[in-house]
Design a protein around this ligand. Structure first.
Ligand code: CTP
Length: 247
C-alpha cells in the first residue's frame, strides 16, 4: 500500500497560504497529503514564581513521529512542551510551544479543525495547583500541603469537535502487568481510533515496546524493543493504512 501521495478524505491539504494558495483563481490543489498534528513533551503547572509540577517526558517519541511524517512529506504542526529538544526547521513543519495544559488546550482547539490526524504524545498533567502564587516565592514554613485541582482530559475533550475521517491517536504509559487492559479502557473512554500502549520503561529510553490497540479491539505488537525512530515509521504505516480503509 502506498504511503503517499495520500488523498485525504475530509480536508485535503492544498498547500501553504500565499500567492500560489488555492485562493488564487484557477489554482487546483496538486498534492494532497494528510495534515498531522503532533503533541510532545511535558506540561508544567506553576506552584509559585519559581516552582512547578511537571513530569519526566522527554518528547522523544513525538519528535520521532514528526521526523517520520516529514520523511513522507506530510505537513506537520508540532505542539511542543518545555525542556524538550527542538526539531530542526523544515518547510513543512510548524512548531508552536506550550507550557501549561491550558496553553496546550488552546493550541489544540485552534489547530485540530485544520488537521487530519492527531498524535497526542504529550504527557499532560492530571492535576494542577489550585491557587498558584504568581510572582511570589513560597517561604519554608514547616510542612506544606498543595491544593490540586484536576486538569481536563484534553484528548477526550476533542472527541465532540472531531469530524468523520479525522483520526485521533493517544498514548498510554502503564505498569506492565495491566498495560493492555488500562490502555484499552483509555481508548474507549477517550473515544480514540488507536492507542499506543507502552510500559513505564519507555520513559527516558531511546527504545520502545509498544502494542497498538485499534478501535475494534484488535492489537498489533512491535516485535520487541525498537528504536523510537523505527517505531515512528511503523506507527505512520499503520495510520496510513487506517486512512485508506476509512476512505
Ligand atoms: N491526556 C490528555 N489530557 C490529560 C491527560 C492525558 O489529553 N489531562 C492524553 C495523553 O496525552 C495521552 C492519553 O491522554 O495521549 C493518556 O494519558 P495518560 O496520562 O496515560 O492517561 P490519563 O487519562 O491521564 O489517566 P491516568 O493518568 O489516570 O493513567
Amino acid at each position: 500500500m502506498p504511503l503517499y501521495p495520500y488523498p485525504c478524505k475530509t480536508r485535503p491539504y492544498i498547500g501553504p497560504p500565499g500567492p500560489e494558495s488555492p485562493d488564487s483563481p484557477g489554482q487546483e490543489p496538486s498534492i494532497q497529503m494528510p495534515r498531522i498534528l503532533v503533541t510532545a513533551g511535558p506540561t508544567r503547572e506553576s506552584i509559585d514564581a519559581v516552582r512547578y509540577l511537571s513530569n519526566r517526558s522527554s518528547g522523544k517519541v513525538g519528535l520521532a513521529i514528526v521526523e517520520a511524517a516529514l520523511g513522507l512529506e506530510w505537513p506537520v504542526t508540532l505542539l511542543l512542551g518545555p525542556g524538550t529538544e527542538y526539531p530542526p526547521s523544515h518547510p513543512l513543519l510548524k512548531t508552536l510551544s506550550f507550557t501549561t495544559a491550558n496553553e496546550l488546550q488552546t493550541l489544540l482547539e485552534a489547530k485540530w479543525p485544520e488537521s487530519d490526524i492527531l498524535v497526542m504524545a504529550a504527557a499532560v498533567a492530571d492535576f494542577r495547583p489550585k491557587c498558584p502564587l504568581a510572582g511570589v516565592k513560597m517561604k519554608r514554613e514547616g510542612a506544606l500541603t498543595l491544593d490540586l485541582e484536576p486538569v481536563e482530559d484534553l484528548l477526550a475533550g476533542l472527541a465532540a469537535s472531531s469530524t468523520p475521517g479525522q483520526i485521533r491517536i493517544g498514548f498510554a504509559l502503564e505498569d506492565p502487568q495491566d498495560l493492555l487492559e488500562r490502555a484499552g479502557r483509555k481508548l474507549r473512554t477517550k473515544d480514540l481510533d488507536l492507542i499506543v500502549a507502552n510500559p513505564l520503561s519507555t520513559m527516558d529510553s531511546d527504545s520502545i515496546e509498544a502494542t497498538l490497540i485499534h478501535r475494534d479491539g484488535h492489537c498489533e505488537e512491535l516485535p520487541g524493543p525498537t528504536s523510537k525512530k523505527e517505531f515512528a515509521k511503523w506507527l505512520l504505516e499503520r495510520i496510513s493504512s487506517l486512512m485508506h480503509t476509512c476512505r
